[in-house]
Design a binder for this molecule. Structure first.
Ligand code: ARG
Length: 397
């Protein structure tokens, strides 16, 4: 029996050429694995393409609900935005795909797994760290990093070996998309001053006739209803993508710091992420005590960096998750979101665990706040400052 490798197969040019290359140059039988993480592609067509390209077997897993439940939900609970902007779209799918690669490798008795990432990106780091954590015995192959092909070389190699996708129209962009958003790189965007071409978008295309506002329900930090309808998270994210996307919400244009030391111009479309992360944060505003809220903001930023860096299956991530889960136990309630072209506003929030106290907050006459206590509070709070200032003779005297 010849040796087997399981390849993370996207159906694109590179991974299609990889199938042939692993057979021809490395003597492997290739099993293709494609995960449906909500990228809205015809997965049966992807599966057939793998077989037509020479895979001995091709598996498609419908991982939409798993992706939403086990990867997107923790990101919402963490308020996860890498460098305060990027909602981790690709960073979240790699550990999931890695898990399925390992599962299929075990099932097919494969000794190796392969991915189609280049040597300059984050995704190779994410795959390989996840794979090391899940099964350090598996060999990992990265043909695109190894073969040293230009794009033209890859096309030529594909042509020479009868890879069908090569015939398709050329697309200058590198795109990765899933339920949580879409990343678009390369082409004209490699100049950070150049505005993105207007034809690159697909999740954020203006369309009329969509809802003007929605009420999102959350249970322990996870969105679970839309206008009172209980929905599985993958469905809910999909519906919010459609509504918010129709207002052009969720476009992000940034230069980010890759883990491998490169600054990279990135354009993202993540309408549901923009809305759900903000709604979640607003629900935290009424349910989390101040010190916890502030600490959670810091942990959330670290969580995002850790996950961006590919450390999904790490002990630090597990420990952060325990903290984040504990904080989210009270993040149950509803948030109302109002849309307008290009933006949205949260204009209502409520929770059975709300710490908002009308009697304390109101400026009405008969409030519960003891006004005169404030005088002593400020005197003691400012004591150190006042002592210091008087030793200077008073800063403005
Ligand atoms: N820069 C983003 C990240 O590191 C997006 C990567 C997109 N991947 C791709 N193959 N185009 O998460």
């Amino acid at each position: 029996m010849s040796k087997r490798v399981v390849l993370a197969y996207s159906g694109g040019l590179d991974t299609s050429v990889v199938i042939k290359w692993l057979q021809v140059e490395k003597g492997y039988e290739v099993v293709a694995l494609s995960a449906d993480v909500g990228q809205q592609e015809d997965m049966e067509a992807v599966r057939k393409r793998a077989v037509n390209t020479g895979a001995v077997a091709a598996e498609v897993v419908d991982a939409r609900l798993e992706f939403a439940r086990d990867f997107v939900a923790p990101a919402i609970k963490a308020d996860a935005l890498y460098e305060n902007r990027y909602p981790l779209v690709s960073s979240l799918s790699r550990p999931l795909i890695s898990k399925h690669l390992v599962e299929v490798a075990h099932r097919y008795g494969a000794t190796a797994v392969a991915h189609g990432c280049t040597g300059k990106g984050n995704d190779q780091v994410r795959f390989e760290l996840a794979l090391q954590a899940l099964d350090p015995e598996l060999e990992v192959l990265a043909p695109v990093r190894e073969w040293g092909f230009t794009r033209e070389d890859a096309i030529e190699y594909g042509h020479a070996h009868g890879v069908e996708i090569v015939a398709k129209k050329e697309n200058p962009y590198s795109i990765d998309q899933n339920l949580w958003g879409r990343a678009i790189e390369c082409g004209e965007m490699e100049d950070p001053w150049a505005p993105p071409p207007s034809d690159i978008y697909s999740y954020t295309l203006p369309r009329s006739g969509m809802a003007e506002s929605v009420v999102l329900g959350f249970e322990e930090g996870v969105p679970n209803s839309l206008d009172g309808r209980e929905l599985d998270l993958d469905t809910l994210v999909g519906e919010v993508n459609l509504i918010a996307g129709s207002y052009g919400i969720g476009r992000i244009d940034m230069v980010e710091n890759r883990r491998v030391g490169i600054k990279s111009r990135e354009v993202y479309e993540a309408p549901a992420a923009a809305v759900l992360l903000e709604a979640h944060r607003q629900l935290e505003d009424i349910t989390l005590e101040r010190e916890l809220a502030h600490a959670k903001t810091e942990i959330g930023l670290r969580w995002a960096t850790l996950v961006y860096d590919g450390m999904w299956y790490s002990p630090l991530k597990q420990a952060y998750d325990a903290f984040i889960d504990a904080a989210n136990r009270v993040v149950t309630g509803e948030v109302r979101v109002r849309f307008r072209p290009g933006g949205f506003t949260v204009d209502g929030r409520r929770s059975p665990h709300s710490l908002y106290d009308y009697e304390l907050a109101t400026y009405a006459a008969n409030d519960a706040f003891r006004h005169l206590d404030a005088e002593g509070f400020i005197r003691i709070f400012g004591l150190g400052l006042k002592t210091w200032s008087s030793r200077q003779g008073g800063l403005a005297r």
